[in-house]
Design a protein around this ligand. Structure first.
Ligand code: HEM
Length: 353
């Protein structure tokens, strides 16, 4: 074939990949509802972006990290103080993880208070909650890998909590520790979970989440103030450009945070010396306060009960609305009470010594 000037730009590249390019072009041009121009409405893209930052920085950290009780703390210290730009990569990893949890919470609040979890999106809400749990599991396993005093004892408390789960608790505790005590096996397990199992689960769940978003479309809200022709905009390049700009802004914020609050390092883990004040990472303050207010068993039962209600909420709400004629404002009220309860316990624990 002669390289005639009639060829469409990019057609040679397309020929190399046997994909349905018309379908891809069609998906790219899909109209996006106008309200997604509001930053708080399209917060779902933020955790996605932060996850990508974590994958990239996490791969870089794995080149230097040693997952053994003797090597873990030393390798993190070397990354922080000796490896060129190690402190920066570690700080980006830490801050993107923390911001991802904030972003997922905010995204979840937006979905809840705009009622976007209702029919036909109930399943996507459940997948979202699984994404939240996976994100928290990333935070927990990652923090434990540092093997400093606080993270070691935090992991000890978490394994004790896991043991209090009815019926299967002792098996979960044993599985996580890799034996009766926290040690070499625990670190290997947390490492495999953190760099292998959880990323795989995350990719799988994200794929399902995005597939369902694309299948259902994003919730649409009638806004009389917006003229008809402006109620939708193009996914590509309009929405993609906005998301890319948000990405640049986030990278700037992450770098500022890394410079002002670089990832630190406490004392190395000492299994024989319980520190006077054990504290988990902030996103587990809620559970930690529950633990202090009740007992080990009760706090686990309460967490499981609350978790089950939140996970199945779209279905529970549907049932209550159909059979007990529960009005929508009750859901809003319950959401406000739940959110404030979470906030109060978290802030309370953050001020406690
Ligand atoms: C890693 C975490 C997550 C990522 C990357 C993510 C990503 C996204 C994206 C990109 C959207 C499109 C609209 C938007 O940007 O808001 C979306 C919509 C949605 N997400 Fe998430 N999400 C995550 C976690 C969650 C959680 C925790 C929930 C709720 C429990 C959730 C439930 C939903 C639902 C129901 C929709 C459809 C909303 C609508 O149609 O308006 N997602 N998600």
């Amino acid at each position: 074939m002669s390289s005639s000037s009639k060829e469409r730009p990019g057609s040679r590249l397309e020929a190399l990949f046997p994909l349905d390019w018309d379908l891809i072009r069609h998906a790219g041009a899909e109209p996006v509802p106008h309200h997604l121009k509001k930053w708080w409405f399209c917060l779902g893209g933020t955790p996605f972006y932060l996850f990508v930052v974590q994958v990239v920085t996490g791969i870089a950290l794995t080149f230097y990290y040693v997952p053994t009780p003797e090597g873990a703390y030393q390798s993190v210290a070397a990354i922080t103080h000796e490896v060129r730009f190690g402190w920066y990569i570690r700080s980006l990893h830490k801050w993107s993880g923390n911001l991802m949890i904030v972003a997922v919470f905010l995204h979840m609040l937006r979905v809840y208070f705009t009622g976007a979890y209702r029919q036909p999106r109930q399943l996507n809400w459940c997948i979202g909650i699984s994404l939240l749990v996976t994100t928290l599991a990333f935070g927990f396993t990652g923090y434990s890998l540092i093997y400093e005093q606080l993270s070691f004892w935090g992991a000890t408390v978490a394994c004790n909590l896991a043991e209090a789960v009815p019926l299967v608790g002792s098996h979960i505790g044993y599985f996580l520790r890799g034996g009766p005590e926290i040690g070499e096996n625990t670190l290997t397990r947390f490492f495999i979970l953190h760099i292998g199992v959880l990323p795989t689960v995350m990719f799988f769940l994200l794929g399902l989440h995005v597939f369902l978003i694309r299948s259902h479309g994003v919730t649409e809200f009638e806004d009389e103030a917006v003229p008809e022709e402006k109620r939708f905009f193009r996914f590509f390049p309009d929405h993609v450009t906005t998301e890319l700009l948000i990405g640049v802004l986030l990278m700037y914020i992450l770098t500022l945070l890394a410079l002002i609050f670089p990832a630190g390092l406490g004392a190395p883990a000492d299994p024989t010396q319980t520190p006077p004040h054990i504290k988990p990472e902030w996103y587990f303050y809620f559970n930690f306060r529950l633990l202090k207010l009740t007992s080990l068993k009760m706090s686990v039962l309460l967490t499981m009960a609350i978790g089950a209600v939140v996970f199945f909420w779209p279905f529970i709400e549907g049932f209550l609305a159909r059979w007990l004629k529960m009005p929508e404002w009750v859901s809003v009220l319950l959401g406000v009470i739940g959110f404030l309860g979470f906030l109060v316990l978290t802030v309370w624990e953050s001020f406690a010594v």
